[in-house]
Design a protein around this ligand. Structure first.
Ligand SMILES: *[C@@H]1O[C@H](CO)[C@@H](O)[C@H](O)[C@H]1NC(C)=O
Ligand SMILES: *[C@@H]1O[C@H](CO)[C@@H](O)[C@H](O)[C@H]1NC(C)=O
Ligand SMILES: *[C@@H]1O[C@H](CO)[C@@H](O)[C@H](O)[C@H]1NC(C)=O
Ligand SMILES: *[C@@H]1O[C@H](CO)[C@@H](O)[C@H](O)[C@H]1NC(C)=O
Ligand SMILES: *[C@@H]1O[C@H](CO)[C@@H](O)[C@H](O)[C@H]1NC(C)=O
Ligand SMILES: *[C@@H]1O[C@H](CO)[C@@H](O)[C@H](O)[C@H]1NC(C)=O
Ligand SMILES: *[C@@H]1O[C@H](CO)[C@@H](O)[C@H](O)[C@H]1NC(C)=O
Length: 467
C-alpha cells in the first residue's frame, strides 16, 4: 500500500504544473529528483545542511561507476532523512519573526511585499512531501546501482528513532521494493525490506547512529561560538540592507539568519518536487548564499566534525560496526554500541550483503570524521569563506544535505589478488581515503582500510567524553 501511494504521489508531482505564485520562481529545467535534485543550483547548493540532496557525480575526480571487472559483494549505505519542516524550536523563532514583521512593519514593498500575506504554517520536524520523495527515490537509486545484489538480497535496515528518520527508512524500503518488483530478474519470493532495528534517541540508550551519551560533547558550545564570530563578519552588511526595508522592527543578527533559513524551508515545503523557489530566497544575493553556506559548514565542522575534539569520538561506534560487517567478525567497541543488540545475529547479523542505516546530519558528520574521510581538511577559517579547494572538499552541503548518503562498497575484482577492495562514496563522489594505500580508482584493500581505521579500533578519545 505504501508503494501504491508513492506511485500516486509521483504521478501528482508530475501533474503539479507550472502555476508558481507570483513572487516565487519555478525551475522547469532542473533534473528529476531521481537524477539528483539540481533545481536552482547556484542558490540551493549553498544552503548547507538545508540543501536538498544533489549528486556530486560530476565533481568526482574518480568515476563513481562500478569498475569494470569488479563485482560488488557488500554495501553499507548510511542515509540522512529527507527534507523536513523546521524543528519545533526553530518554528517558534521563525513564526515570531514573521508575525513581528507583519504586525509592526507598515510598508512592505517590492521584494518584501509577499510578507504581507505570507502564511507561516509548517509542521514540526517531520518530512515534507518532497523529503518523502527524496528517500523513495534514494531506494530506487540504491536498487539500480547495486542491482546484481539487490535482486537476490534484502537490505538489513536500522533506523535512528526520530519520526522523520523512521519515515525516511520506510520510503527507502518502498522505493527499493517497487524497483525490485518491477525487475523481471529479481527473486520474487523474498520479502520486502523492513526496519529491522530502531535505535532509540535518548541520553540513556547506546545509539551508534545518533549518540547522545558523550557528556562533555553535549555540553560543548564551540560551534555556536565559531558561528557567532563568522556571523559578525558577514551579517552586518545584509542586516543594514534588509533593515532599510523593514521600518518598525529592529532586526538582530539572528533574525537575518532566520530570514535566510526561511528560503530553503519554504522552498522544500512549497511543492512535492522542490522546483519552486521561495520569495525569501530573492532577498539575498548569490555571494550572500555562499557566506550562509560557509556559516553552516562551520557549524558542522566545529560542532560534529574534526573541528570539535569530541566530534569524531561519536562516530567510533558506527565505524567499529562497519569493520565488523566488512570483515564478518563480531563488533569490538566500548563506546556507543549497544552490546545487547550487536551481539545478537537477529539485531546485528554479519552475513548480509546489503546494509542500510538511517540517521541525521549530526549523526553522520561524526562518522565521517571517525572514518577520517575529511582528514585532509585543515581547521576552517572563522573569518573568511574558504573555497572547496581550500577545505579539501569539506562543506555541509557536500556532506550532509537532506537525503545525503554514504555508500561503503566492498568489491572483488578479477585480478590476481583475493583480498577484497573497499571504497567510499559520499553523494556519488568517490572519496580519497586516508590511512591506507589508495589505488587510482579510490580503493584500498579491506585489510589496509581496516588497519587505517586505527582511531576507531583503539576507542579513540572516547574517554574524554567523561572527564
Ligand atoms: C494558513 O495555512 C493553513 C494551513 O495550510 C490554513 O489552514 C489556513 O487557513 C491558512 N491561513 C490563511 C490566512 O490563509
Ligand atoms: C530466492 O529467495 C529465497 C528466500 O531468500 C531463497 O530461499 C531462494 O533460494 C532464492 N532463489 C534464488 C533462485 O536465488
Ligand atoms: C540496548 O538495547 C536493548 C535492546 O533494545 C535495550 O533494552 C537496552 O535498553 C539498550 N541499552 C542501552 C544502554 O542502550
Ligand atoms: C513590535 O511592536 C511592538 C509594539 O510597538 C513592540 O513591543 C515589539 O518589540 C515590536 N517587535 C519587534 C520585533 O520589533
Ligand atoms: C553503553 O555504553 C556505555 C559507555 O560506553 C557502556 O559502558 C555500556 O556497557 C553500554 N551498554 C550496553 C548495553 O552496551
Ligand atoms: C588487483 O588489485 C590490487 C588492489 O588494488 C592491485 O594492487 C593489483 O595491482 C591488481 N592486480 C592486477 C593484475 O590488476
Ligand atoms: C585521521 O586523523 C586523525 C587525527 O589525526 C587520526 O587519529 C586518524 O587515524 C586519521 N584517520 C585516518 C583514516 O587516517
Amino acid at each position: 500500500m505504501a508503494v501504491l501511494s508513492r506511485l500516486l504521489l509521483s504521478a501528482s508531482v508530475a501533474a503539479l504544473g507550472v502555476s508558481a505564485s507570483p513572487l516565487s520562481r519555478r525551475d522547469t529545467t532542473c533534473s528529476s529528483v531521481d537524477e539528483g535534485y539540481t533545481c536552482f543550483p547556484d542558490i540551493a547548493q549553498n544552503w548547507g545542511m538545508y540543501a536538498p540532496y544533489f549528486s556530486l557525480e560530476a565533481d568526482s575526480s574518480i568515476s563513481p561507476d562500478v569498475p569494470t571487472g569488479c563485482e560488488i559483494t557488500l554495501v553499507q549505505a548510511l542515509t540522512r532523512h529527507g527534507a523536513r519542516y523546521p524543528t519545533s524550536g526553530k518554528n517558534a523563532h521563525y513564526q515570531a519573526l514573521i508575525e513581528a514583521i507583519q504586525t509592526n512593519v507598515t510598508h512592505l514593498e517590492g521584494q518584501y511585499a509577499f510578507l504581507k500575506t505570507y502564511n507561516y504554517s509548517f509542521g514540526a520536524g517531520t518530512l515534507t512531501p518532497f523529503g518523502e520523495l527524496e528517500l523513495y527515490q534514494s531506494g530506487i537509486k540504491f536498487y539500480n546501482r547495486y542491482e546484481s545484489l539487490a535482486r537476490d538480497n534484502v537490505p538489513f535496515v536500522r533506523s535512528s528513532s526520530s519520526e522523520r528518520v523512521v519515515d525516511s527508512s520506510e520510503q527507502f524500503n518502498a522505493g527499493f521494493q517497487a524497483t525490485k518488483n518491477a525487475d523481471t530478474l529479481s527473486n520474487k519470493t523474498q520479502s520486502a525490506p523492513v526496519i529491522n532495528v530502531i535505535l532509540e534517541e535518548s541520553s540513556t540508550f547506546n545509539n551508534t547512529l545518533d549518540p547522545s551519551i558523550c557528556t562533555n560533547f553535549e555540553n560543548s558550545d564551540l560551534a555556536d561560538d565559531v558561528q557567532a564570530t563568522f556571523a559578525g563578519v558577514f551579517v552586518p552588511k545584509i542586516l543594514k540592507r534588509v533593515q532599510a526595508h523593514l521600518h518598525g522592527i529592529t532586526l538582530t543578527t539572528k533574525d537575518v539568519i532566520y530570514l535566510m533559513d526561511m528560503c530553503p524551508f519554504d522552498t522544500i515545503a512549497r511543492t512535492s518536487d522542490g522546483s519552486e523557489l521561495s520569495p525569501f530566497c530573492e532577498l539575498f544575493t548569490k555571494s550572500e548564499w555562499e557566506q550562509y553556506n560557509y556559516y553552516q559548514s562551520l557549524g558542522k565542522y566545529y560542532g560534529y566534525g574534526s573541528g570539535n575534539p569530541l566530534g569524531p569520538a561519536q562516530g567510533i561506534g558506527f565505524t567499529n560496526e562497519l569493520i565488523a560487517r566488512l570483515t564478518g567478525t563480531p563488533v569490538q567497541d566500548d563506546t556507543s554500541t549497544n552490546h545487547t543488540l550487536d551481539s545478537s545475529p537477529v539485531t546485528f547479523p554479519l552475513n548480509q550483503a546489503l546494509y542500510a542505516d538511517f540517521s541525521h546530519d549530526n549523526g553522520m558528520e561524526p562518522i565521517f570524521a571517525a572514518m577520517g574521510l575529511f582528514n585532509g581538511t585543515k581547521p576552517l577559517s572563522e573569518t573568511r569563506v574558504e573555497s572547496l579547494e581550500e577545505t579539501s572538499d569539506f562543506s555541509a552541503a557536500w556532506s550532509v544535505p537532506f537525503a545525503a548518503r554514504m555508500y561503503v562498497e566492498m568489491m572483488t575484482c578479477h585480478n590476481d589478488s583475493n583480498e577484497p577492495l573497499v571504497r567510499v562514496l559520499v553523494n556519488d563522489r568517490v572519496i580519497s581515503l586516508y590511512g591506507c594505500e589508495v589505488d587510482s580508482l579510490g580503493r584500498c584493500t579491506r585489510d589496509d582500510f581496516v588497519q587505517g581505521l586505527s582511531f576507531a579500533r583503539s576507542g579513540g578519545n572516547w574517554a574524554s567524553c567523561f572527564h
